[in-house]
Design a protein around this ligand. Structure first.
Ligand SMILES: [Zn+2]
Length: 166
């Protein structure tokens, strides 16, 4: 089951979300009809993507999310808790048992948007003791240097009982 000309992983991903142009899509389809190897890769990719989506919906991943993602989560009835400290500033924050998604909105001067919605793992936050978390938004310059866009302090107060509670 070898493939002399495997379909690129990015092309497979685009094929799965129907983002390919028609001729390209037909070429991939044709290839998949005759190639078990690439068919297996596609199935593996789909199950991975579904796993990631499920984790994201559970709010357990640390990642940057879009406003559309948050909108959809709210429409699905999930409780989104969001904190938006000013750059250089701090905010008092917590999570409760009813919260599903925890967002730190990091405001900065970005091309195309005015903030980054950073999702903290709700699983981690629910178990975390009272503590201070500092988030830094950095950009990479040409040549590899880092430049600080903003620093944000989250003064987390634990409001759930259990290990780590004060
Ligand atoms: Zn193939």
């Amino acid at each position: 089951m070898n493939c002399s000309n495997p379909i690129d992983a990015a092309v497979l991903a685009d094929y799965w979300v129907a983002a390919l142009a028609k001729p390209e899509e037909e070429a991939v389809e044709e290839h998949l009809l005759n190639c078990d190897r690439c068919g297996t890769r596609l199935r593996e990719m789909i199950s991975l993507a579904e796993g990631v989506r499920r984790l994201a919906r559970e709010g357990s991943l640390r990642m940057v999310v879009s406003d559309a993602f948050l909108q959809r989560a709210a429409e699905e009835g999930l409780r989104v808790r969001e904190y938006a400290p000013a750059p250089g500033g701090s905010v008092e924050c917590t999570v409760t048992a009813e919260d599903d998604i925890l967002i730190g909105r990091l405001a900065a001067n970005l091309s195309g948007s005015s903030s980054v919605a950073y999702q903290e793992s709700i699983t981690f936050a629910k178990a975390a003791p009272t503590n201070k978390m500092i988030a830094r938004l950095v950009t990479f310059e040409e040549g590899g240097g880092e430049r600080l866009l903003g620093e944000y302090i989250f003064n987390h107060t634990r409001s759930l009982p259990g290990p780590g509670a004060w």
